[in-house]
Ligand binder design. Sequence first.
Ligand code: URP
Ligand code: ZN
Ligand code: ZN
Length: 483
Amino acid sequence: MSTVIRNGTIVTADLSWKADVLIEGGRIAAIGEGLVGDEVLDASGCYVMPGGIDPHTHLEMPFMGTYSADDFESGTRAALAGGTTMVVDFALPSPGQGLMDALQMWDNKSGRAHCDYSFHMAVTWWGEQVFDEMAAVVDRGITSFKHFMAYKGALMVNDDELFASFRRVGDLGGIALVHAENGDVVAELSARLLAEGNVGPEAHAYSRPPQVEGEATNRAIMVADMAGVPLYVVHVSCEDSHEAIRRARSQGKRVWGEPLIQHLTLDESEYFHPDWDHAARRVMSPPFRNKLHQDSLWAGLQSGSLSVVATDHCAFTTEQKRYGVGDFTRIPNGTGGLEDRMPMLWTHGVATGRLTPNEFVAVTSTNIAKILGMYPKKGAVLVGSDADLVVWDPEAEKTISAGSQQSAIDYNVFEGQKVKGLPRFTLTRGVVAVTEGKLDSREGHGEFVARAPRGTVNRALSAWKELTAPRPVERSGIPASGV
Ligand SMILES: NC(=O)NCCC(=O)O
Ligand SMILES: [Zn+2]
Ligand SMILES: [Zn+2]
């Protein structure tokens, strides 16, 4: 069966034009005028864009003594409802667990996905087994390795481990990801705050000031540079971190930064709310910041120093958040956002004039498809690309409410926000999963997307590192080997 999307304006990261899109066998078969198909989707008044890709989710993730509440079933349903057609989740080995073993666990969970997905592999400890298995992970099509510089005593890796792992990732032609916060300082500040009686959710923000993020981001950038690996900094929340990324990029370093929709649109005042539940539901790392930091993130998207908008979707119920009553360090860290990222970014980005529709496509889909080595299969409207598409109605409106969301949790951090700009249709590999807010997706439809190592950025960086590598100086009469 074929499907044709008619009367819309195609919007990609670099062009907008009026044309129909014909879909056959889950892929884009033709783009042009007057195309004919068995099924017709009317895109009058709409933009036809690559479906969103959220490269930062934690579905059914074991964390802080519990599991994040959205799994691959509800999480990917939420994604599709909001116009996101692919997620990249994190396989997370527990300390001492093999990488392939962890991958098996994530393979098992992801069988329920409604849309396509891929994985990053987290490096949560270091040893010969990890070093060896990283090659097998890359062979499986997973080329991005995440490192936590925070969560001391749990997921955190130290600088020697970071350097060793970054070098290995560079040698394998992958990219390194970091959660950049100085975990030692966070642990010290947290202990002191608790001792002083600062036990509420607001203390979570006090324990993670922008400096802990700025310092760690800069450190990660320098370590990555010395290791010769491209670096992607997740959940950039503040100017301190953005500034380090901006500077590195202006120096020619291969670094990308990812702000979250939460940090772009919500601020630290949420933590001072008189209702404990309200504040705790918004506890995530890094925490929400003030308006100046928000302005910095928006400017980064506009100028290109920040490249991708994600969610870090890691949703916990109110009941789970209450594990931290009396001790903020026990509040499970994380918030939701999968269903809301695209409408919120359109409303606060495109509708305000901060972003063009093409820039919207770039930061929600195309840039990350290129960074992670899956373009133009994903993130493109091109003949041969997967028909992961969103027909975007810029006039459609709704008020965000937990009562009507797909996510399994009992609240929404964007509750009450009016958004303008919603999917009229969301298609996952050519199958219509959403029609004007009505979901008709299939559990298990999602497929794993394997990615190839040694992309163009890796090749360029390796060539440069080889050219500038330290070499012994040849001196006449003195053997270089010293023998
Ligand atoms: N961000 C957060 O608070 N929770 C999810 C895990 C992580 O990305 O740090
Ligand atoms: Zn993180
Ligand atoms: Zn995360």
